[in-house]
Design a protein around this ligand. Sequence first.
Ligand code: ALA
Length: 593
Amino acid sequence: MKAQEMREIFINFFLEREHKEIPSASLLPDNDPSVLFTTAGMHPLVPYLLGERHPQGKCLVNIQKCLRTDDIDEVGDDFHHTYFEMLGNWSLGNYFKQEAIMMSYEFLTSKLGIPTSKLAVTVFGGYKEIPKDIEAYERWKNIGLNDSQIFYGGMEENWWGPAGKTGPCGPDTEIFYDTGKVPCGNNCSPLCNCGRFVEIWNNVFMQYNKDSEGNFTVLNQKNVDTGMSLERILAVYNNVSNNYETDLFEPIISKIEELAGVLRTKDNIRDFRIVVDHMRAATFVIGDPKKVVPSNTEQGYIARRLIRRSIRYIRKIGVTENILSEIVEVIISINAPAYPELYINKEFILEQVAKEYLSFITTLDRGIKKAEQFFNDVPAGESLSGELAFKLYDTFGFPIEFTEELATEKGIIVDIDGFKTKYHEHQEESRGGADGKFKGGLADHSDQTTRLHTATHLLNAALRKILGNEVYQRGSNITSERLRFDFSFDRKLTDEELYKVSQIVNEAILKDIPVQCQEMTVDEARLSGAIGIFNQKYGEIVKVYSIEGYSKEICGGPHVLNTHELGSFKILKEESSSSGVRRIKAVIEAPTA
Ligand code: ALA
């Protein structure tokens, strides 16, 4: 079976069961990311899991583009990726354990024909005051699994979420496929990571909210959040031993073989897979509807790392020429039918990848010189310090394996532990940043973030009024302290323009205008002049927030009820964000009573 067929079978299965399909959101979370990327299908749905009404109703299904960098070290094995597609179905306070388990089981066994004997599941075994999930256990038993196929796991194994620091979460039941590989011992089970059992689907019973103090409170509504990797289920269905032997990857590997004049072998297969995985992820990040330029910060940094690591592994395979664009072309041709943004942004992606190649090749040569100096200074019998190895990584973008390889040629050992320590210190710093961001995350419905969210709509409208309608939103990030808004525009704004923009926002605030929410089809929204991201399907119902005389925008909410709740608005800074994109940081001062 091909990937597209699996996508359709999955979606149709849930459409037949009263679910509504929603489009994949951007890989870059909208408003207030708690992390750099969308890491699960539930991520864009957080407000609805917390009780906000979804315009499509209570039962949803979709295929969400996801990216997880925490699995990057596993990439190269049979089943892990950075970028992947998550098949998911949701109940927002509608059905619960019984129906969710039943539908997963039916999909896998009746629809895909996987024998019950090849399945094994884990369920939540309890933690502190949260009881073990006897109900899920019993449901699986009643369906026909026997006790030797059902296992209780702890908080580590069978609790999912929140996606950031706070937000919806709950016990889960995970479904595994038994590959039948020789068990590692008598106690082998899905809880063992020897590779015999492959996790294919996770059903999370999201009925708790975790707050910033780490307390779990019961949510008003009981939700189901599920996720299954398209890549894995396709491999399992096709009875191949790894994801790369599916039509999502095979043509890319063949292309590299052809370009390199080197065939895959068991010794170099990991190198091929890393290139394929990373270039696929980089293509999706750069070619996202929000477009990302490789850089040294945030999502741009991840795109950069993915490309540099690929270049390193392409060299390892034995190619010194630049073959990135040919690889990207194949990736686009495989994926663009399902993700048209890759067609639309094709030139942009190719251009950015070519630029990144050149910039790395330049620092590569400077870095190699620097590395040689460092090696010359290493006293006989000692190793290159972790600090210097990290410097090569940080300043010249040298992956540690690359440094190690250069060092080995000189008979020098690298202090990998020291490098790791430095690396983790650095990660802690970046994570600290991400946590800070989370304070205003999707899960944070505080009054202040809600106000800033409404202020963002007014700012967007004011910018379009002053600068013209070719201005459109390119990103938004809200913390409890400030808003940050990225928009397309190709020069610095003058002081006068900035003044006029804030004047319009403040004028709207002073006029005490109600913020109205209406639901309509996406086409009606477009016709009514609403702005926003029109990636919804024809006929789909969306929410449109209007501030009469100022703004009309498709948006999930939440917003204040009246503009006067914003107090006063002030722009702190206007600067370049990336080529053709400007960034404004602004604050509001809450009204005095
Ligand atoms: N959100 C759950 C996961 O990512 C389904 O596993």
